[in-house]
Design a protein around this ligand. Structure first.
Ligand SMILES: [Zn+2]
Ligand SMILES: [Zn+2]
Length: 123
């Protein structure tokens, strides 16, 4: 599941903020992760070696932020077992027998409620 999410993640990070997004394949909305500030944001490296250190730090923090974003996403993104689409909680219905995405629920005539969504900012 996490590897799948990783593949779907869009990187919105810039030199100061780490931020990631993921698109729901059903409603097309992008959910963005909680932005995390780079610890050296705004600081100018005073030497060549500092520059290298900053870059290593950036890469490390970027990786950690990505890891966190993947974990966040795992809480409110679902893989539809029928069509294999990756959908947000708004578009994933908890049905009586099989939980599926909205379109599949229609196809299969399953009636369900969306699982509650409380997480990323949509936009
Ligand atoms: Zn959705
Ligand atoms: Zn589906």
């Amino acid at each position: 599941m996490k590897n799948l999410i990783r593949k779907q993640i869009i990187d919105y990070s810039d030199e100061k903020i780490f931020c990631f997004g993921i698109i729901c394949h059903e409603c097309g909305k992008i959910r963005k992760s909680t932005p995390i500030r780079f610890s050296k944001a705004g600081e100018i490296p005073q030497s060549e070696s500092k520059k290298i250190i900053f870059r290593i730090l950036y890469e490390r923090e970027h990786e950690q932020a990505l890891e966190k974003a993947v974990e966040e996403a795992a809480n409110f993104f679902n893989l539809c077992p029928h069509c294999g689409k990756f959908v947000c909680d708004d578009c994933f219905l908890i049905c009586e027998d099989l939980d599926v995405c909205r379109s599949c629920a229609e196809d299969l005539q399953e009636i369900g409620e969306p699982s509650s969504f409380a997480g990323w900012i949509s936009g």
